[in-house]
Design a protein around this ligand. Structure first.
Ligand code: MOS
Length: 734
């Protein structure tokens, strides 16, 4: 059953509206509605805040500002992961970025709250904000670590010597803009007080982080906080942690002893959940005439909010991608009074590969070499910076298979050489690589007396297919058809997981479920074989086969339901776990990644420079596939993101106020159906036995990695124009 393209088991609930999302709960309990008032300056101080008119407005039960907000737990840097820390709001009069919450207005209806929010009168002393990014800023500094605890800088060999002696070199600067996670479901929360406890319905990727963070902020026992998040309408990193809407709803619900709902508006999503930092990336590549790289350097500078440091790991996978004896990577931060940087869709690789894989294309051009061949010539035998073997590296297979399927040999070898009517036509390609992560996750599998398996974990399904994949893994583990497996996710009372993020969710929770099933099979066999009345009594357990709801040993068999009902009428259960990767020896002994290759064809209008993607293919290696359909959907979604990063996505800062001026989906452009033609993702058969016993690795974010560079390289091939300032909008090509 593992690997089959099983349709989503939760699909019918979603398309019939029976899947309940955070903001849809609690209508029967007559909830109150909160609306967040955001700062209209980017830097400065509130000098006066007048809430009287708002408080007197119809239906209003509370206006919370920094003057009356309860004291909250501080951000605790000693908690190793940001998303488990307290997230205090309304802590004082200082404004740190445009849109920062300055008040919450709570009323009987959403309309009343929104009307009263307009009546909150705030006066500011505007400070001198730093809003314009410059990589050579005087204040640019070296962070201690980058995201995911990775080293800031690495150096191997003698880069300067290797680079200056290279026969052919590329030295270019690439820039990427502010980008945002934009899940279809905005960040939303309903908090219901129940005695001393708070039930928090929140749209969240990691239940354990949400619970810990809410409890730390409210200075309460985590056991008093109950997170509920069975369905999540997308996250893309922005729901790894909780945000102002959750804390404000919880503070108001606790103060008013009433359920309170708060949702971010789409515009607030642009302000309050973190952005991908803007980046300036210098890439230097030095190679011999044979294309073999002697030197690779990737130096990155990004913005950070000074109070909430975040350094995206933009150069991190460059450390593992190609062989070269002389190497440098670095990350620098420039403080700006803008929304904080945060994890957004393949943090690190997405902007990093846009630069590095564009530079590889420039090197291929300088060498007069096929860009596929250039990459194959630089295939390393061991991880070139960690000096450990790769667990399961199939980059070359992806390149070769992709080139074959795409018909790469027919591409225009000379830039700007093919024209079809008004269209200049070109092809580009890129490699893809992404780290694979593992985190502590527990899954409990329970077999009921009727022979149904119930899988329990606080893991989330953010639209990626967790319900479906766990159904398959458990069905496989216990020999049950999918309809006899029930999945329970997204509640803090269930065994804790590392949730969904970093593309680790499916592999982590599936591995834990797989182990739980193995432990449960053991228990079932011990129970049956120890029972003198069982047909399996005394039979050799090594020959046991679990299939169709029964255990068979040789010619004897017994149903799982009979075994459970006869001995443990309340059910039998077992747990399985995965370790934090730092505690799993394989993750130290091997370099564990996923790989891919993207191929794109574009047409560029010779007069208007309108760029149209004409076709795109990605070939990927992700270890073993758990569900062919959900995996392919994730990869296609990622490739579409990559196209957006190359051609469209960009949040633009107003240099006077620090506000994103295009903060809605009409002006912050992402690809729509009409932008995406024939596009396909192919996954190579695989099994990474070092990653986990299922052989499965992360899928979701791999699709975006390198995808944009393939499109950008195709634009160059079509036009002969190289744009290094992303996105590649029309005016840059004209
Ligand atoms: Mo992902 S950006 O780690 O949810």
């Amino acid at each position: 059953m593992i690997g089959q393209a099983l349709n989503r088991v939760d699909g019918p609930m979603k398309v019939t509206g029976r899947a309940t999302y955070a903001y849809e709960y609690g209508e029967a309990g007559r909830p109150l509605y909160g609306v967040i008032v955001g700062a209209t300056i980017g830097k400065g101080r509130i000098t006066r805040i007048d809430t009287e008119d708002a408080e007197r407005a119809g239906g209003v039960s509370m206006v919370m500002t920094h003057q009356n907000a309860p004291e909250q737990g501080p951000r605790d840097e000693s908690v190793s992961f940001e998303y488990w820390r307290a997230q205090p709001v309304l802590t004082g009069p200082d404004v740190h970025y445009y849109g920062e919450p300055v008040a919450l207005v709570v009323a009987g209806t959403f309309e009343q709250a929104r009307a009263a929010a307009d009546l909150v009168d705030v006066e500011y002393a505007t400070g001198r904000g730093r809003f314009v990014f410059a990589a050579d800023d005087d204040e640019t500094y070296i962070p201690k670590v980058v995201n995911a605890g990775l080293p800031t800088d690495t150096a191997v060999g003698d880069f300067d010597a290797g680079f200056s002696n290279a026969a052919v070199s590329v030295d270019q600067l690439y820039t990427t803009p502010y980008e945002l996670s934009m899940p279809m479901e905005p960040h939303a929360c309903l908090v219901e007080p129940r005695g001393e406890d708070l039930v928090v319905h929140v749209s969240s990727q990691i239940v354990d982080a949400a619970r810990t963070s809410v409890a730390a902020t409210l200075r309460t026992d985590p056991a008093r906080i109950h997170i509920v998040t069975p369905f999540v309408g997308g996250g893309f990193g922005s729901k790894l942690g909780i945000h102002a809407e959750t804390i404000l709803a919880a503070l108001a619900a606790r103060a008013l002893h009433r359920p309170v709902k708060v949702a971010l508006t789409r515009q607030q999503v642009f302000q309050l959940v973190g952005v991908r930092p803007t980046s300036s990336q210098r890439v230097r590549l030095g190679a011999g005439h044979d294309g073999r790289l002697a030197a690779i350097a990737h130096d990155v500078t990004m913005h950070t909010n000074p109070d909430l440091e975040f350094a995206e790991q933009t150069a991190a996978t460059t450390r593992s991608l190609y062989a070269a004896p002389h190497r440098l990577t670095s990350h620098r931060l420039t403080p700006l009074d803008l929304p904080r940087g945060s994890d957004v869709r393949a943090p690190g690789e997405a902007p990093g590969l846009l630069a590095v894989e564009s530079a590889m294309d420039e090197l291929a051009e300088a060498l007069g070499m096929d860009p596929v061949e250039l990459r194959i010539r630089n295939e390393p035998t061991v991880d070139p910076e960690r000096d450990v073997p790769y667990s399961d590296r199939h980059l070359v297979d992806c390149l070769r298979e992709g080139a074959r399927r795409f018909g790469w040999e027919h591409r225009p070898a000379t830039p700007a050489s093919v024209r079809e009517g008004r269209w200049l036509v070109g092809c580009g390609m890129s490699a893809a690589i992404r780290g694979h992560f593992q985190g502590p996750t527990t899954v409990r599998v329970r077999l009921e007396a009727d022979g149904t398996a119930v899988v329990q974990t606080d893991m989330t399904d953010i639209g990626t297919g967790t319900y479906t994949v766990l159904t398959q893994v458990t069905g496989d583990g216990l020999g049950l058809p999918p309809e006899r497996v029930r999945i329970e996710l997204g509640r803090s009372e269930l065994p804790a997981s590392w949730g969904s993020g970093g593309s680790w969710g499916a592999a982590n929770s599936s591995t834990a479920a797989h182990r739980a099933c193995a432990a449960l099979r053991e228990q079932l066999l011990v129970t049956a074989r120890g029972d003198a009345r069982s047909p399996l009594h005394g039979r050799d357990p090594a020959d046991a086969v679990f299939a169709e709801g029964s255990v068979r040993i040789g010619d004897a068999s017994q149903t799982l339901s009979e075994i459970v009902a006869g001995h443990h009428p309340d059910g039998m259960e077992a747990e399985g776990q995965t370790l934090f990767m730092g505690d799993d020896p394989n993750y130290a002994a091997y370099s564990i990644h996923t790989y891919g290759a993207h191929f794109a064809e574009v047409g560029v209008d010779a007069d208007t420079a309108e760029i149209r993607l004409r076709r795109m293919l990605g070939v990927f290696s992700v270890g073993r596939v758990l569900n062919a359909k959900t995996a392919r959907s994730q990869l296609i979604g990622g490739m579409i993101w990559g196209t957006g990063a190359a051609l469209e996505e960009e949040a633009v800062v107003d240099p006077r106020s620090g506000a994103f001026v295009n903060r809605d989906l009409a002006q912050y452009l992402v690809p729509v159906h009409a932008d995406i033609p024939d596009i396909d993702a192919v996954i190579l058969d695989g099994y990474d036995d070092k990653a986990n016993p299922l052989g499965a690795k992360g899928v979701g974010e791999l699709g975006i990695c390198g995808a944009g560079a393939a499109v950008a390289n195709a634009v160059f091939n079509a036009t002969g124009i190289r744009v290094r300032d992303f996105p590649i909008t029309i005016e840059k090509v004209l």
